[in-house]
Structures are given as C-alpha cells and as structure tokens.
Design a binder for this molecule. Structure first.
Ligand SMILES: Cc1ncc(COP(=O)(O)O)c(C=O)c1O
Length: 388
C-alpha cells in the first residue's frame, strides 16, 4: 500500500477541503474586480460590495432561519464570535454554565473572566460518549446564572448536544443560551427560531465551506449585547459612540469582503445540494468509516456508534502507538491527513478518558469518497498489524 501514497484529506473538522469551485473564484473576483469597502462612500464599487455582503448575511439568515439578516453579525471566525457573545452579555458578578465538551474558544474567555474576578462558572460534566449530564445541569443554576454555553457538535467525538432540551431548561431558569455551532453550521439543520436560540456562533471555513477569516454571530431580536470592539462602520460617523443599530453595533472595522464573497458561494452550494442531502451523505460516510475501523484489532473508537447522534467526526486511539506518531505515519507513509492530540478541547478529552494524550481524529467531509475510506482502512490495518 505504502508504494502508492495518496493525498487524502480527513481533517474537515479543522477546516473543510476542498471547497466548492465557485468559492475560490468568488474571493478572487472580489479582489480583482470589485474591492469596494462595504458601507464606505457611495461609489458603484462600494454599492456592489455592500450588496454582496448583504446577500451573504441574507443567505446565512435563510440557512439558520433567522427572522432578520441584520441579526447576523460578521466576525473573523467562531472564536471571535464566541468572545463577542460572552463579553457582550456578561455583567460583573454573573454565573456561567458550560459543558465539558466546550472548545478553548469558550474555556479560555471564561477562564480569563474568572481570573479577573468578574464571573463564576460551573462546568456541566459529560459522559464518555460526550452526552451532557442533564440532572447535573438542572441543579447547577444559581440566582445570577446568566448564560449557558453549549457546543452543538463536539469537535472531538462528533456527539450532538440536545440543544432544544438544554435551551428549554436554561430558559425556565431565566438564563440565555449561546450555541457554539463551529462544527454544526452547514452540516446539521439549525433553526434559531424553532429552537429559541439566543446566540449562535459559527465559523465560515468548516461546514459552511467558505474561506478562513469568516464567521459570525446570530443575536436574537430583542437581545442587546455590549459591543466588545468599537470603531468605524461607515454610518453615523458624527457619533463618538458605537451606533445602536444592528449589525453595526457589533461590527466595527473593514469586513473580510473577499472571504464573505467566498462564503456566499459556500452557503449557496449547501442550499443547492440541500442540507438533508449533505447530512445524509456525511452520516453514510461516518457509518462506513466507523464500521470499517471497528474491525481493526487494537483500535479503540471514541465516537457514538449511531451516526444520527453525531457529526462526521471520529476519534480513535491505537494500542501501543502514540497518537502523534500514528498521525505522522499516516501522512508520511500514506499521504493521509488527520489531526492528533487534544483538539483544543481538554475537558472533552477528560470526559472521554483520553486526556492528556488525546486521540487521532478523522473527519470526512461531503467530498470524501468511500474509496478514500477503504484506503484509510487499509493503512490503519497495516499499521496495526505491524504494531501487534
Ligand atoms: C467546537 C468548536 N468551537 C470553536 C472553534 C473555533 O473555531 P475557529 O477556529 O474558526 O475560531 C472550533 C474550531 O476548531 C470548534 O471545533
């Protein structure tokens, strides 16, 4: 097998690749032919850039069933959006709940706020399969609990959180809910109105199939966040305070318009294919991959068996081989790209029992073929045989 090294990408949970062809073209066309700065002056180019940014906002609002595109605020990525949400809603003295599956883009902002003595926070434990402990959650609320933060789909084991149930519990206790959709936007159905989501952070470069440097935050109408970044918006320039109107209130500075042009094409691709078809394809690939890997002696899998319970993210450990070494062999000998280690989610690994070594994470995407999985299976089988 080694002789015929390929170039196979199993790291879509880090960033999706390849992108649909129009994504590349749209970013390039924007830079070569448009390049106006949206919202700044009234030149034809600026108006065209403005229109394109609005179309991207509207496409995302459609995808997430948001009632109004102005409630979609662009950000650099999910990390930026999560910081915007957390720092925009928290008041000194507040208490925050978060699940053990959260990424460092949640854990670290909370850690910083705690260290500064501004908030207290409680982690909701999760099972070995990444399921949130609902009994613990019910009892964890305090009089000043303002926010519950939930990772919609784990970037370690793929497990999907029951967000409707979690949101119902939090709302009954008077807390807001911030959903981290970094791994679910574009691959799982999200209806912010039906699920009564208060805040939804997403990134553009994963399931939404757009370029890096794009992402955003949905903010429910009626919920006002404090701006955490202030500056030019091209509107109300006479004011020395950030405008109140959305999205300008939370969207200071020049936007990544070429990236947003690409993101629009990513969302259009999802709309054309249909989210259901994308989800079904990913579930089929996940089930195929998991089934194959479960046949290799010495491999332990850390992702649910039932594909309907998870996104296409699969974690494994191989007996007698360090995860980093396994990842290195997969790439250097077989041309297979994956991610190894803690995946910026140390608490999730503690829950799964894979801390501190972490796991090897395999994440197929819409464009992965079954024959790619067959090749990956052959490679892992060969490595496992050599190690036994
Ligand atoms: C669950 C989760 N949240 C947040 C992030 C941060 O996303 P970004 O790097 O796009 O800011 C990631 C990225 O890996 C993630 O998997």
């Amino acid at each position: 097998m080694k002789g015929n090294k390929r170039n196979l990408y199993f790291d879509n949970a880090a960033t999706s690749w390849p992108k649909p062809e129009p994504v590349y073209g749209a970013a390039e066309i924007f830079m070569r032919q448009m390049s106006g700065n949206p919202g700044r002056t009234g030149s034809t180019r600026t108006i065209e850039a403005d229109r394109l940014v609005y179309q991207t906002r509207a496409a995302l609002a459609r995808l997430f069933h948001a009632p109004d595109p102005s409630r979609i605020v662009f950000a650099l990525n999910a990390t930026d959006a999560l910081n915007m949400a957390i720092k925009g809603i928290i008041e000194p003295g507040d208490h925050v709940l978060f699940t053990a599956m959260e990424h460092n883009s949640v854990l670290r902002p909370l850690g910083g706020l705690k260290k500064a003595g501004l908030i207290s926070a409680t982690m909701i434990p999760c099972s070995k399969e990444g399921a949130t402990d609902l009994d613990f959650l019910e009892k964890a609320f305090k009089p000043r609990t303002r926010l519950l933060i939930v990772n919609h789909a784990s970037n370690v084991c793929g497990t999907i959180a029951p967000i409707d149930e979690l949101i119902a519990i939090a709302h009954r206790r008077g807390a807001f809910v911030l959903v981290d959709a970094a791994q679910s936007a574009g691959v799982l159905p999200i209806d912010v109105q039906a699920s009564q989501i208060d805040l939804l952070a997403f990134t553009g470069h994963k399931g939404l199939l757009g370029p890096a440097g794009t992402g955003g935050l949905y903010v429910r109408p009626g919920l006002d966040l404090k701006p955490w970044r202030e500056g030019g918006t091209g509107s109300f320039s006479e004011m020395d305070l950030q405008p109140e109107s959305m999205p300008e209130r939370l969207e200071a500075g020049t936007l990544n318009s070429p990236g947003l042009a690409g993101l629009l094409e990513g969302v259009k691709f999802i709309e054309e294919m249909g989210l259901d078809q994308i989800r079904n394809r990913e579930m089929e690939l996940y089930a195929y991959l998991r089934d194959k890997l479960s046949r290799i002696p010495g491999i332990e899998l850390y992702s649910p068996e039932d594909p309907s319970r998870c996104a296409a993210v699969l974690s494994l450990v191989m007996k007698d081989i360090d995860c980093g070494e396994l990842g290195y062999i997969l790439e250097s000998a077989y041309g297979i790209l994956c991610r190894t280690g803690l995946h910026c989610a140390p608490m999730a690994h503690r829950a799964l029992g894979t801390f501190p070594e972490g796991t090897v994470r395999l994440s197929p995407g819409y464009f992965t073929r079954k024959e790619d999985i067959d090749y990956l299976y052959g490679a892992l089988e060969e490595i496992a045989a050599l190690k036994s």
